[in-house]
Design a protein around this ligand. Structure first.
Ligand SMILES: Cc1cc2nc3c(=O)[nH]c(=O)nc-3n(C[C@H](O)[C@H](O)[C@H](O)COP(=O)(O)OP(=O)(O)OC[C@H]3O[C@@H](n4cnc5c(N)ncnc54)[C@H](O)[C@@H]3O)c2cc1C
Length: 197
């Protein structure tokens, strides 16, 4: 397989492994704090993601809602994929299995002062990717990370894309690959953390 080293002598600032919720949010926050920062995100799935929820995790708690709307300042952008939650609600069946809209309902009447949201996960992730692209963050879909070489002069990440093997070098590597735990698997022997590969 061909090895294509883009620019072996230059490091970008940060490479993020995984372009899900955490990876995109971090890239946006970094770009907000340091506008000149060079960030690349490597995501194994191809874009766009399916609209309907294709992953678990479709609601935020209050602190997550605060992070997306106030810290990342994405309130306006998120309006099409979120629905404000009205707290915990109970629906009593009163001995019959009536449609939920006809059942006795118990819960808050007013929205809480600190909001939390339900959202469509696919739309939410597509929106975050779109936001990254608008901010000129280098979002590379269809890239499966294969290995990482950590080095004090710059870390090298090797990934596969379109049947080619490519590398990217960065001063910082952030593992946002979720349960794949790419860096964790590299740094901690699997038998010690009970992972089955
Ligand atoms: C049953 C269940 C219910 C949940 N409910 C909620 C909820 O209601 N609200 C909530 O906030 N959270 C919920 N969670 C947790 C939520 O799903 C996770 O916290 C969230 O998905 C984490 O986001 P992430 O970006 O860290 O990881 P992920 O969303 O998993 O993103 C990781 C990304 O890395 C990519 N990736 C993986 N391996 C590679 C590789 N080798 N190369 C390149 N890319 C790679 C993946 O394709 C993926 O896009 C729930 C979890 C479970 C299991």
């Amino acid at each position: 397989m061909e090895i294509d080293v883009k620019d072996p002598d230059s490091n970008i600032d940060v490479v993020i492994l995984g372009g899900g919720l955490a990876g995109c949010a971090l890239a946006i926050q970094l770009q907000q704090s340091i506008p000149d920062v060079e960030v690349s995100i490597l995501e194994k799935r191809s874009l766009p993601f399916p609209d309907a929820a294709h992953k678990v995790g479709e609601s935020t708690i209050e602190v997550g809602a605060h992070y997306f709307t106030s810290v990342l300042d994405l309130s306006h952008q998120l309006r099409t994929c979120k629905l404000e939650k009205l707290g915990l609600r109970y629906f009593f069946n009163n001995g019959q299995n009536a449609p939920i809209s006809e059942r006795l309902e118990f819960g808050q009447v007013y929205f809480p002062p600190i909001p939390s949201y339900n959202f469509d996960r696919g739309r939410m992730e597509n929106l975050l990717v779109h936001e990254c692209v608008l901010r000129e963050i280098d979002y590379l879909g269809g890239c499966r990370v294969k290995s990482i070489d950590l080095d004090k002069d710059g870390h090298t990440v090797t990934y596969g894309r379109d049947g080619m093997t490519q590398t990217i070098r960065a001063r910082w590597v952030v593992d946002a690959s979720g349960r794949a735990g790419i860096l964790k698997r590299k740094l901690v022997p699997c038998h010690r953390i009970g992972l089955v590969l």
